[in-house]
Design a protein. Structure first.
Length: 278
């Protein structure tokens, strides 16, 4: 349970603030929620279990993404209606993903998602988005956005991955938007999704609200800086940095898949050995 319920020390607050500063910078720079940074650091630094860390991270994303949206909106880099469509699909998809969680082998999903990220990484070096590109709504585009939101929500429910990792490259490659609009829109999409998830986690006592508040407030101080840096980078440099970030995520997921596979094999060998001694 980590330090939840224990007396809060200065180390606790400093660790949460440090996690928030790092997550906020990445959130603003790449248009992601920052959960890929928050979750492992809460586990490593404060001893949170994986489920509590994930729930706390989701709550911290609400203020972080809100500041990110404002930062991108100042430069006109948020597509408001598409973000609402994406969010509606994601909220529904997350419920489907949670339902499918017990029915689909997790390791197969992890390797499939790693493959998806590899394709995205390669595309980031091939397709460089134009900063002048905008997202024009039409019925086919609206249906496509709803489908993308649904897929994003399902993957979030199955693997716990943040929406930005999927939405940002999809908006650039499939819908032809600029990288800045993709990032701003992705952050807006995350807010209702994160609120919905946090309400459910709070009911299940699966979130440390104090830690989430400290992480979220600290993240707010660097999210705008990350968004500002994103506007200074040319699209190719932004793509290269995003590719490096996705490589880190893919590596994390691949390592987790290998560890799970080895643990399953060890469990089978132990079971066979136990049967052999009977």
């Amino acid at each position: 349970m980590g330090e939840r319920g224990a007396r809060r020390s200065a180390r606790f607050y400093l660790a949460c603030a440090g996690v928030g500063l790092a997550a906020g910078l990445l959130s603003g720079l790449f248009g992601v929620g920052g959960g890929t940074v928050i979750v492992p650091l809460l586990v490593l630094l404060l001893g949170f279990d994986q489920r509590l860390a994930a729930g706390t991270s989701l709550a911290a994303i609400v203020p972080t993404a809100s500041v990110g949206v404002i930062s991108y909106a100042v430069t006109g880099s948020v597509a408001w209606i598409p973000a609402i469509i994406l969010a509606a699909g994601a909220v529904i998809g997350a419920q489907i993903g949670s339902w499918l969680l017990a029915k689909i082998p997790q390791n197969a999903l992890r390797w499939g998602f790693v493959g998806f990220l590899v394709v995205v990484i390669v595309m980031l070096f091939i397709v460089v988005p134009s900063r002048d590109a905008v997202l024009e709504l039409s019925w086919p585009v609206g249906i496509g956005l709803a489908g993308l939101g649904l897929f994003t929500g399902i993957m979030a429910g199955l693997l716990g991955v943040g929406g930005g990792v999927i939405v940002v490259p999809a908006l650039m490659f499939l819908f032809g938007t600029s990288d800045l609009i993709a990032k701003g829109t992705s952050l807006l999409m995350m807010i209702p999704t994160a609120i919905s998830g946090t309400v459910g986690n709070a009911r299940r006592r699966n979130v440390d609200l104090v830690a989430a508040l400290v992480v979220g407030l600290a993240a707010c101080t660097t999210t705008a800086v990350g968004a500002w840096i994103a506007t200074l980078l040319n699209p190719l440099t932004a793509n290269i940095l995003f590719a490096a970030f996705l490589t880190f995520i893919a590596s994390q997921m691949a390592v987790r898949a290998v560890k799970t596979h080895r643990a399953a094999r060890a469990g089978k060998r132990a079971a066979l050995s136990s049967e052999g001694h009977r």
